[in-house]
Design a protein around this ligand. Structure first.
Ligand SMILES: *Cc1c(COP(=O)(O)O)cnc(C)c1O
Length: 366
């Protein structure tokens, strides 16, 4: 039995017309729905106060542990409206499991997986009118998170923790057609080290990535591709998305787990690979192999995968040699790959109810 999330409705919801104009062009992460899910954990009482209430600011003491030591984790998933008006989540149980894993790594209390799903579901039901109609790839983005709210400056796991879910309508990621991105292979910064927090979805990993993202932009690239921190030169991920390479002999290659984030999209694509004539392979790929493989036509396509964009084609890589020179690689024809776009469409078709859900990934909300 999951906890009951009692609903306390907002007395000042956004009006119908204002909501309609937001949903007409929501962008990403700029507008929020009328409500939020919340619950509080204390060392003495465990989880209490489960509810869906009006969206409102937190009141935090300036010494709240999260503000000093970044004891915080989050998740990201979406609610999709199908053609018949029904609303669905995609593999929320996988997000719940990962949230529990992240909590353990950050010494936060574990929210029972069924409560994670119940809290997300209750919010989507309450804010159901905020789930956009499926004209293209619109969705309601859901952001569950948990942070240390105890007022205390000592360094130890906090004895008070807040859990919340907020929701934000999202427009199509690629507003004017799916285009490719270029990744900057950073040899200045790494994202995660063995024994570190790379496999946890925590804000701290993102704080450290912002300067690397700026470095990528300075080199005319859209995003960063991180290498392992041990200096082996192995490809890891882009910092918000997992990396995939398609080979000319039909392999779908992705770096193995360890210091990377275990993406739900990554796992889903590997499960769908064989329907597209591809064999999924998890293995390390060195930057030397990447360069040689693109040059000799072994790697014919590349893409990044994550909930926000599903699949983002990668059309180029740039980086610096140890000698100080630089390189620029064009993947295939420099346009989104055929298998890349097929896989992208397949996941979207499942999410929007246009294709069979053979794996039972969809979870009906309303
Ligand atoms: C969330 C995230 C991903 C993608 O995970 P999905 O579950 O597919 O959205 C990849 N890398 C990092 C670092 C992430 O935080």
């Amino acid at each position: 039995m999951s906890a009951e999330f009692a609903v306390v409705r907002s007395e000042r919801p956004v009006g119908e017309d204002a909501r309609a104009s937001i949903l007409a062009a929501p962008g990403f992460g700029r507008y929020f729905t009328d409500h939020m899910t919340s619950a509080t954990w204390t060392a003495d009482d465990g989880w209490t106060g489960h509810r869906v209430g009006p969206l409102e600011p937190f009141r935090l003491h300036p010494s709240a542990a999260v503000l000093h030591y970044a004891q915080e984790i989050f998740e990201g998933l979406k609610a999709y409206r199908h053609g018949d008006g029904s609303v669905w989540l995609f593999r929320p149980d996988a997000n719940a499991r990962r949230f529990a894993r992240s909590a353990r790594r950050l010494a936060l209390p574990v929210l029972p997986e069924e409560d994670f799903v119940a809290g997300v579901t209750a919010l989507v039901r309450t804010d159901e009118p905020w789930v956009p109609a499926p004209a293209g790839e619109e969705s309601l983005y859901l952001r569950p998170f948990m942070f240390a709210s105890e007022a205390f400056l000592g360094v130890r796991p906090a004895a008070r923790v807040e859990y919340a879910v907020i929701a934000s309508p999202a427009g199509p990621y690629f507003a004017s057609g799916v285009t490719g991105v270029t990744l900057w292979v950073s040899t200045t910064y790494s994202r995660a080290a063995e024994g570190g927090t790379g496999a946890a979805k925590c804000g701290g990993n993102y704080a450290g990535s912002l300067v690397a993202q700026r470095e990528a932009a300075e080199h005319g690239c859209d995003q960063v591709l991180y290498l392992d921190s041990a200096g082996k030169g192995n490809l890891e991920e882009s910092g918000t998305m997992n990396l995939f390479l398609v080979t000319s002999d039909g392999r779908l290659v992705t770096p193995e787990l360890g210091t990377i984030l275990e993406g739900v999209t990554r796992d889903s694509l590997m499960a769908l690979a064989d329907q597209h004539g591809l064999t999924a392979v998890e293995r390390s790929v060195g930057v030397g192999e990447l360069r040689a493989g693109i040059a000799d036509g072994t790697f014919v396509e590349a893409f990044a995968a994550g909930t926000a964009a599903v699949v983002t084609p990668i059309t180029g890589f740039k980086g610096e040699d140890s000698g100080g020179g630089s390189y620029a690689l064009t993947v295939g024809e420099g346009t989104p790959g055929r298998k890349t776009l097929q896989l992208r469409e397949h996941v979207l078709d499942i999410q929007y109810g246009r294709a069979g859900d053979a794996h039972g990934w969809l979870h009906r909300v309303c």
